[in-house]
Design a protein around this ligand. Structure first.
Ligand code: BGC
Length: 765
């Protein structure tokens, strides 16, 4: 035997011994945990068991329409299993002390929080993070979030949010990873790994809670909390994969969604929470409702509080967030035979197991280390990572005549309601951060140029004059920051400084509260007041760069036609301003690619790359033909397709080759192409692989993402990129909901976005 082979065998043997030892250790740990929890549960009364299922909000940070009272008293009585959205180690320590010193059984509380895109150090909003296509970076952001949160008393996060969304009207599109199930699944996995670090016993790990289970992103008309209704085929092939990926990656908990699924609210849906989640996917953790999710089933028309609470328990819910339906009705339902003791025991056990796995029984103050709180939160190192990741998340949508990058010289007019605001930088769901510490665009630009260039600033307009935000000014004061001068006065000031400048940078778009929960919009253009400002700026004839803030894809037809450069910066987090300057001045070459299709107008929505062909597709190159699937007033094309994003350099794809034009059932095809940086700047390109099954037992999408790679190339450099395709990658759920790959012809596409691709083909045998 050759030495290499021998070496391989030894490595294999060692790996097997290690795996077996690991499995053995896990089994031992599970038996130990079982004995501990058995013994504890023997001592628990029914009330104490039901108490574990109760999750009140702390009242510290309010994220819903109801709140809890008498929390201290309830904790002492053993009627509380955990608390959420409580901030500061001192407060958490004090509450935990009550639980472990003043209750009969001294069971520690679990502390949850919406740590969605960072804790105090905020990263770009999740939709922006997804545009990095950088799984290491996304994982690292979750790791840093977990380290900071766990240093401040938190051991459980309500993240990742993995709801696929194809409707930009929905404000919560900002919280997810976009429209694609493949990319969404990779991101779900990276986030769970980042939070949990493969070992919940570490004091820097926090438990993930994948949400919102399920199909919440398909709310009809993009209106939050609205009905969803779709076929099981669409569920299994498009909406469910990212949740499953998070479960497969070991997510410890799942949050049920507000919407209905097949006519039954998710919170009371046994098919979803038991058959799919536990039986089909083997989920072993616990299920928590969303905020008052049980109580909302009364409004859904499912019965009174007792009835809907029993419905939730029967469906497979373990923990009740805020609503106290379990706390106030389960005992009665037990007596009346509407729920069983075994169900209550099961739910209680799963919550105790989570606490056990987090090490809270060994040390209830495990996450209350004052030293860590002082040294591990909002550190310069974390902020540096946040800045780097933010630069990767920006998407360059347009750059005519190489307006960008800007020179660090001359005079720059910085104009717009988002230019000099800190509170708008972190974006939605940044509950733990100190908004006023964020870096504004103005600060970022000034930091970057020092005395080399002159920066003039004017607000130019208020954020929004024509929506409910203005009418509810106090509610949205964080982001509005109104200036009481008239629109004309604001515009005049802007035009005056524009006249003195070489280039205009317009920081415009949505405020941070125009996306996120309960922030749907029926018009997804830039608000009118700002559109008028942009028109006036363009009219000056000076080059205009839009630095566009958005929590969703916006309809930018006019801007695309009239403004030379558009850099979409989403909401970039704590270091947004510095990161924006890094990219505007070319210290960093943009590499972000869209993970949601940008429509030309709202009427095209839902518009997504992975659509079906229909029986009357529009012939290629046409934008209208009678009796075809199209519109009279707009083409079917998106404004910017999925996967799209420009760079300061240019990339060219050529030479697409397959290692074979047939793929056997246990084989593999290698897809290669040459990628060349043909420009004069170094840069990173996200190369993408798509396939299409040409004939199927059910209709199949015209393209499906199957792989991607971030590739760095020096100016002029070229490289062979390579992807592999195996039959497993071609599987989908057929009409019997069997996961199969069907023999036949496939197309393969490789390119820098979902539209501009090279094409080849093979046959699956
Ligand atoms: C949201 C969840 C969030 C929960 C707790 C709800 O309103 O839908 O995403 O985790 O509040 O803050």
């Amino acid at each position: 035997m050759k030495i290499v082979q021998k070496l391989l065998m030894v490595i294999l043997l060692l790996a097997t011994i290690h795996t077996n030892a690991q499995t053995g250790n896990d089994a031992l740990a599970n038996t130990k945990m079982k004995h501990f929890i058995d013994a504890l549960m023997k001592k628990m009364t029914i009330d104490e068991k039901i108490g574990q299922l109760n999750l009140p909000g702390s009242g510290d940070i309010v994220t819903g329409q109801a709140s809890n009272s008498d929390i201290g008293k309830k904790i002492k009585e053993g009627s509380v299993g955990g608390l959420f959205n409580i901030k500061s180690i001192a407060k958490i320590r004090a509450v935990q002390k009550v639980a472990v010193e003043e209750t009969r059984l001294k069971i520690p509380l679990i502390f949850g929080m919406d740590v969605i895109h960072g804790y105090q150090t905020t990263f770009p909003i999740p939709l922006a993070l997804s545009c990095t296509w950088d799984m290491d970076a996304i994982k690292q952001s979750a790791r840093i979030a977990a380290t900071e949160a766990s240093a401040d008393g938190i051991c459980w996060t309500f993240s990742p949010m993995v709801d696929i969304c194809r409707d930009p009207r929905w404000g919560r599109i900002a919280e997810g990873a976009g429209e694609d199930p493949y990319l969404g699944s990779q991101i779900a996995k990276a986030m769970v790994q980042g939070y949990q670090d493969n070992d919940l016993r570490k004091n820097t790990s926090i438990m993930a809670c994948v949400k919102h289970f399920a199909m919440y992103g398909a709310a009809e008309a993009g209106r939050d909390y609205n009905t969803t209704d779709m076929s099981h085929l669409t569920m299994y092939n498009t909406y469910l994969p990212p949740y499953k990926a998070a479960i497969d990656a070991g997510a410890g908990s799942v949050m049920a969604s507000f919407n209905e699924v097949d006519g039954i609210p998710a919170t009371g849906n046994k098919w979803l929470l038991t058959d799919v989640l536990r039986k089909q996917w083997g989920f072993k953790g616990f299920v928590v409702t969303d905020y008052t999710g049980i109580n909302e089933m009364i409004e859904h028309g499912m019965g009174d509080l007792q009835k809907v609470s029993a419905l939730a328990m029967n469906a497979g819910v373990d923990m009740d967030m805020v609503g106290e339906g379990f706390l106030t009705t389960l005992k009665k339902s037990l007596k009346e035979g509407k729920v069983t003791m075994q169900q209550i025991d099961n739910a209680c056990r799963l919550i105790l197991e989570a606490k056990y796995k987090l090490g809270l029984f060994d040390n209830p103050y495990k996450y209350c280390d004052e030293q860590r709180a002082k040294t591990e939160i909002y550190t310069p190192a974390n902020l540096k990572v946040a800045r780097a990741i933010a630069t990767e998340s920006f998407v360059l949508l347009k750059n005519n005549n190489n307006v960008l990058p800007l020179k660090k010289s001359g005079t720059i007019a910085l104009i717009g309601p988002l230019a000099d605001t800190k509170s708008n930088m972190p974006g939605t769901w940044s509950v733990a951060t100190d908004l006023d510490k964020s870096i504004s665009v103005r600060q970022g630009l000034e930091n970057a140029v020092g005395s080399q260039a002159k920066i003039l600033y004017a607000k130019g307009s208020n954020l929004d004059a024509d929506s409910v935000l203005e009418a509810n000014e106090t509610m949205f004061s964080r982001s509005l920051n109104r200036d009481n001068r008239s629109a004309e006065e604001l515009k005049k000031e802007a035009l005056d400084i524009a006249a003195q400048a070489d280039v205009i940078v317009a920081a415009v778009g949505e405020s941070s509260e125009m996306s996120g929960e309960s922030s749907s919009r029926s018009d997804i253009r830039i608000p009118k007041t700002q559109r008028e400002l942009i028109k006036a700026l363009v009219k000056t004839g000076k080059p205009v760069v839009l630095v566009l803030f958005a929590g969703r894809p916006l309809a930018l037809k006019w801007e695309n036609e009239n403004v030379p450069a558009i850099l979409n910066v989403w909401f970039g987090g704590s270091q947004a301003g510095n990161a924006i300057a890094d990219v505007l001045f070319g210290d960093i070459n943009p590499s972000g690619k869209l993970t949601t299709t940008f429509p030309q107008n709202i009427g095209q929505v839902p518009l997504y790359y992975s659509h079906k062909n229909t029986g009357r597709p529009l012939p290629e190159g046409k934008w209208f033909q009678k009796f075809r699937s199209n519109y009279l007033d707009v083409s079917n094309d998106p404004l910017y397709p999925f996967g799209f994003g420009l760079s300061y350099t240019h990339f060219e794809y050529s030479n697409l080759k397959l290692s074979s034009n047939t793929l056997s059932s246990n084989g593999k095809i290698t897809v290669t192409a040459t990628l060349k940086n043909t420009g004069d700047k170094d840069g990173t390109e996200v190369a993408q692989l798509y396939t299409r099954q040409m004939v199927g037992s059910i209709t199949r999408p015209v393209k499906e993402l199957k792989g991607f790679e971030r590739v760095f190339l020096k100016a002029g450099e070229s490289k062979t990129i390579s992807f592999s395709i195996q039959p497993e990658d071609l599987k989908f759920y057929n009409s019997q909901l069997k996961f199969v790959a069907e023999p036949g012809a496939f197309k393969v596409f490789v390119g820098g976005n979902s539209r501009d691709v090279l094409e080849a083909g093979f046959t699956l045998k």
